[in-house]
Design a protein around this ligand. Structure first.
Ligand code: PLP
Length: 478
């Protein structure tokens, strides 16, 4: 495929394929029923010596790859957190790939840099962050959190670690709740702080960080000669969307001069709704904030919005200025290669622009509210049925529950819950995942896929009602 004409012909067909994929997506099992190695065994182990035809490649894609995919855009996908896309996002991504531009500095793609500035501004206003925050797109929340921790490290070491490395005398500590996402563990490792110095603070009954425990830990660490570096608060933990008190943690961070980073990777999108704004009371005392439009904002992966107050510090942490990258206009523009880890950057602002304009803020609010309403319906079904126990407050669109009957041991409840989940997943119509809350096996139902409607919720409820008696019989018989 060498000519634009050939590309045009194939391209139309692929657009058709994608459109059909969405039309027929519910005919696929959400998660394929395959064994490890099954896909690998169908694909050549060497790369072909001779060019192959596009038809052959595409045929293999349809026959070997598609059946081996988990379908994240299936409206029955209710596991983990969604990674939604939408048609405007897919089309913008095609344009990004088509132009194939590197967006590392203004000069290398002026429009990409300026659009990124504006998209971060649109989003900042939409979610209600104060003006002092400036945004930059990172690939993922993991990267954004690492960027925050590296910035804190350089701030409080006065750039000594960047310059000379660790001396062994630094005794930095990072704090988060014990519900923390693994990306924070990873970030402290990579930043050289060490996972032993990530202190996982106990939580309250609602799985939010216990503020007294945080304070005590900081006091104790100060007495032992540690330098508290950063508190990572969670606005929506991955297990149960628990929300730490941004306000109280912010006050502590301020009083002790500690960096406060807010991880709102998933739930951040809900802040476009006024009724969720209370969650960021006190956000003016935070230093940085991240949320992922690539989760619940219909912008396909990857696109993570990182907001930070001190952009000079950010750039001082990351900027390295070899002669070949210097340009005359460096002072007038943002060169985002200095705002994070990567040098080369994709044009991610384009898909944001397409999505935000296509939905409009109203459209996006409607979509998010609709998901939350469906979740309330599902929650009340679970609450009404005497054989279930809700294990965490439902903040937005995640219900955490288990199967439980009076007189059952924890072990029976775990077995029943895991059995119900696997029976539901076996149908291929839904895909649920689990977590553990207070040691209990917990089924998570996330209702946030772009195209999920009442239809799926009703059939999930019907499926659970039908399956539950079998599950109870099975565990009580054994
Ligand atoms: C999803 C998630 C992350 C990680 O996001 P990536 O963009 O995949 O790195 C971090 N924290 C929380 C709370 C999340 O839900």
């Amino acid at each position: 495929m060498n000519t634009p004409e050939e590309f045009r012909e194939r391209g139309y067909k692929i657009v058709d394929w994608i459109a059909d994929y969405f039309t027929n997506i519910e005919s696929f099992p959400v998660k394929p029923d395959i064994q490890p190695g099954e896909i690998k065994s169908q694909i050549a182990t060497d790369f072909p010596e001779q060019p192959e035809s596009f038809d052959d490649i595409f045929k293999d894609f349809e026959e070997k790859i598609v059946p081996g995919m988990t379908h994240w855009q299936h409206p029955g996908f209710m596991g983990y957190f969604p990674a939604n896309n939408s048609f405007p996002s897919i089309l913008a991504e095609m344009l990004t790939a088509g132009m194939g531009a590197q967006c590392m500095v203004w000069l290398t793609s002026p429009a990409a840099e300026e659009l990124e500035e504006l998209m971060m501004l649109w989003l900042r206003k939409a979610i209600g962050l104060p003006d002092e925050f400036t945004g930059v797109i990172q690939d993922t929340a993991s990267t954004a959190t690492l960027v925050a921790i590296l910035s804190a490290r350089e701030k409080y070491s006065h750039f000594a670690v960047n310059k000379s490395g660790f001396t062994g005398r630094e005794k930095f500590r990072v704090y988060s709740s014990n519900q923390v996402h693994s990306s924070i563990d990873k970030a402290v490792r990579i930043a050289g702080i060490g996972e032993e110095n990530l202190i996982k603070v106990p939580v309250n009954d609602d799985f939010s960080m216990n503020i007294d425990a945080l304070k005590e830990q900081i006091e104790e660490d100060l007495k032992s000669g540690y330098r508290p570096l950063c508190i990572v608060s969670a606005l929506g933990t991955t297990s149960s969307t628990a929300c730490d008190s941004i306000d109280q943690i912010g006050q502590i961070a301020k009083a002790y001069d500690i960096w406060h980073h807010v991880d709102a990777a998933y739930l951040g999108t809900a802040l476009i709704l006024d009724e969720y704004r209370y969650l960021i009371n006190g956000i003016e005392n935070a230093d940085s904030f991240v949320f992922n439009p690539h989760k619940w904002m219909m912008v396909n992966f990857d696109c993570s919005a990182y907001y930070v107050k001190d952009t000079d510090l950010l750039q001082k942490t990351f900027s390295i200025m070899p002669e070949y990258l210097k340009t005359d206009i460096d002072k007038q523009v943002n060169n985002y290669r200095d705002w994070g880890i990567q040098l080369g950057r994709r044009f991610r602002a384009l898909k944001l622009w397409f999505v935000l304009r296509s939905f409009g803020l109203e459209g996006l609010k409607k979509k998010i509210s609709a998901h939350i309403k469906l979740t309330k319906n599902f929650e009340s079904f679970i609450a009404r049925n005497g054989n279930f126990e809700i294990l965490a407050p439902v903040v937005a669109n995640l219900v955490c529950f288990r199967v439980f009957k009076l007189g059952w041991t924890e072990e029976i409840a775990d077995r029943a819950s895991s059995l119900l989940m696997s029976k539901v997943n076996q149908t291929g119509d839904f895909f649920l995942t689990h977590t553990k809350l207070s040691g209990k096996y917990t089924i998570r139902v996330v209702i946030g896929q772009t195209n999920v409607t009442e239809k799926q919720i009703e059939s999930l409820i019907a499926l659970i009602e039908k399956t539950l008696p079998e599950v109870i019989n099975e565990v009580e018989d054994n």
